[in-house]
Design a protein around this ligand. Structure first.
Ligand SMILES: Nc1ncnc2c1ncn2[C@@H]1O[C@H](COP(=O)(O)OP(=O)(O)OP(=O)(O)O)[C@@H](O)[C@H]1O
Length: 583
């Protein structure tokens, strides 16, 4: 790997700051106290959750809410898989010319150990410390191709080791970088969520621990100044979320992407969606054109029009599994919710949590409000639970994740923030409160279990209409029978009574929270005003921060994203009929 000339200098656009976008840590933290990367300042997330736990226990005891075990058994029966259709892997015209066929690359697929891939001893030691004995299928094919410097567009089922498939060749190439030149950031890995960036950074650090390759994290919600200091040392690898990366590019003196030689987009299809479009374009603009680009996802797009935006150079397609594949050892179950029985969702969920998915269970909800509400409901029912969604501070999000990872709680109520990429050891169940917006999201959600060759089970509550269309798609793409789970009416009735008993306690808790939020906001405004008065001079003497997007632009971007999810759902039906016609 040699240094390459930069052909694009970073352009700093004029300040388009919006009043509400001021970052408190920028305005009101005059001291530069060093802080741990994972725990942002001014946050006592752990204490807050402990206090909530105590309160829920008090209410439970006072009102006798905890549920007792019941004796009715649930029944499972095999679903109707009639009408299963073949998937068509059709090649669009023009695709062949766009991709490199990969012929003549001499990739040896019969490799069974990492040493056969000619990796450096220091890297092999890192892999051994992670207990990676032999490469997974995607690693077998991706490592040699990435080592050749080829652009890659790759896909393999959830939990199949895609992270290591790009990190191993990157670290290997960096071990052989020229050493007699100034330090430079040569690799940029972009991920769509903060938790994923933290996770990828952790793996990279462990993998490179016996090498001289340094890795830095630039993810939103974490202390900006500590990251700034790390970036100034020009680590070889930067793992980042798009927003924070752009923030550093605009506001951290001397940080540029001009020496980037490898750009990786993990969860690349997500990064190419509307919500990230503007940010991604901005980042690409700052990286040299002569770079290697690596894209991975379990649901990787092969839409050439979308890929062209990234100016790939004849990428090699490495698809070990189809982009609709489900982990081999995943048992998929569905509980039907009839239109007139929509109110059964609460008791059914409670029943499943009490009787079936009793531990290591992630429950997905369509909104953060519901994820929080059910965190309280499960707490009132005496179940140990944490929550993960965009309504929490970053410290709270990481604290929840840690509690679930360490097994301090059995349940994690979450939104789709947790759907992609999160690798949590031993997740046994994924419960979907409702069908996700599209099949792709379904694959990512259920992919949080049955990872790395382990078994897992997903249970999804399915309503009518669009939900049924998605269910058909799931059945069509499944290689093992999909189960239809029946919950006896007596069990639903029992849990329905308990949930009604909780109602007033739940309303009380939610009202209390609303009041507290209002108080907190007023207090924050007050502190902000005081700080402006006391530190006016200092604040104005600081260089003005520049922003990539105003809140309105970000909202528009989000709206486009939601719109495209809706379109996707409509397309689900259309694609089905197109494929049928092709058959
Ligand atoms: N060669 C290997 N040997 C043993 N375990 C491995 C190997 N490669 C990866 N793993 C483990 O497999 C698990 C899944 O890996 P990873 O998170 O990279 O999956 P992924 O394909 O990126 O999944 P997703 O599509 O959900 O993001 C991790 O716990 C990782 O440590």
């Amino acid at each position: 790997m040699g240094l390459k000339e930069n052909d694009q200098s970073p352009s700093h656009k004029e300040n388009d700051i919006d009043e509400h976008e001021f970052d408190d840590s920028f305005c009101f933290a005059p001291d530069d106290t060093p802080v741990s990367v994972l725990v942002p300042t001014n946050d006592n997330a752990g204490n807050k959750f402990d206090a909530l736990e105590e309160k829920l226990a008090e209410i439970r005891t006072a009102q006798g809410l905890a549920l007792s075990e019941d004796s009715c058994d649930e029944e499972s029966s095999e679903g109707d898989v009639s009408g299963v259709e073949e998937t068509l892997d059709f090649e669009g015209e023009g695709k062949a010319e766009y991709f490199d066929s990969g012929e003549g690359l001499g990739v040896e697929e019969n490799i069974s150990t990492f040493s056969e891939l000619n990796l450096s001893r220091s890297l092999l030691k890192g892999l051994a410390s992670l207990r990676f004995d032999r490469p997974t299928p995607i690693q077998k094919v991706a490592i040699p191709v990435a080592l050749m410097g080829k652009d890659i567009c790759g896909g393999a089922v959830t939990g199949s080791g895609k992270t290591a498939a790009f990190l191993i060749p990157i670290i290997e190439r960096l071990i052989h970088r020229p050493k007699n030149v100034p330090a430079a950031t040569r690799v940029l890995v972009i991920l769509p969520t903060r938790e994923l960036a933290v996770q990828c950074h952790e793996v990279a650090v462990k993998m490179a621990q016996f090498t001289d390759v340094r890795c830095c994290l630039a993810a939103g919600g974490l202390p900006m100044r500590a990251q700034d200091a790390d970036l100034r040392c020009r680590p070889e690898i930067v793992v980042a979320t798009p927003g924070r990366l752009i923030d550093h590019l605009r506001n951290s003196a001397s940080f540029t992407l001009e020496s980037v030689e490898i750009l990786v987009l993990d969860e690349a299809d997500r990064m190419l969606e509307d919500g990230f479009k503007d940010e991604l374009d901005e980042i690409i603009k700052h990286t040299p054109k002569q770079r290697q680009t690596i894209l991975f996802s379990a649901t990787m797009t092969e839409n050439v029009d979308e890929l062209i935006r990234l100016s790939l150079r004849r990428p090699v397609r490495l698809f070990v599994d189809s982009n609709t594949a489900i982990a081999r050892k995943l048992l998929q179950e569905f509980v039907r919710i009839r239109e007139e029985r929509e109110t059964d969702r609460v008791p059914i969920l409670l029943a499943l949590c009490h009787r079936t998915c009793t531990e290591r269970c992630i429950i997905f909800f369509p909104t953060k409000e519901l994820a929080h509400r059910y965190r309280l409901i499960l707490g009132l029912a005496g179940l140990k639970c944490a929550e993960l969604h965009g309504g929490l501070t970053q410290a709270e999000r990481l604290d929840s994740l840690e509690r679930f990872k360490l097994g301090k709680v059995d349940f994690l109520t979450a939104t789709d923030v947790a759907a992609r990429g999160l690798d949590i050891q031993g997740v046994k169940f994924v419960l979907n409160y409702s069908m996700p917006a599209n099949y792709k999201l379904y694959l990512h959600r259920v992919g949080r279990t049955a990872r790395a060759g382990l078994e897992g089970c997903s249970i999804t509550l399915v309503g009518e209409g669009a939900d049924r269309k998605l269910l058909k798609m799931v059945i069509k793409n499944s290689t093992v029978p999909v189960k239809h789970r029946l919950i006896p009416p007596s069990v639903i009735e029992q849990h329905s009574v308990s949930s009604q008993n909780m109602q007033s306690a739940l309303n009380g808790l939610l009202a209390e929270e609303r009041e507290q939020k209002l108080l907190d906001r007023t207090e924050k405004e007050l502190t902000r005003a005081e700080n402006i008065m006391h530190h006016k001079k200092e604040i104005h003497s600081r260089p003005k921060k520049t922003w990539f997007q105003t809140s309105r632009q970000r909202m528009d971007s989000k709206k486009r994203d939601i719109q495209s999810l809706g379109d996707d759902r409509q397309r689900t039906g259309k694609n089905e009929s197109v494929k049928k016609r092709r058959n």
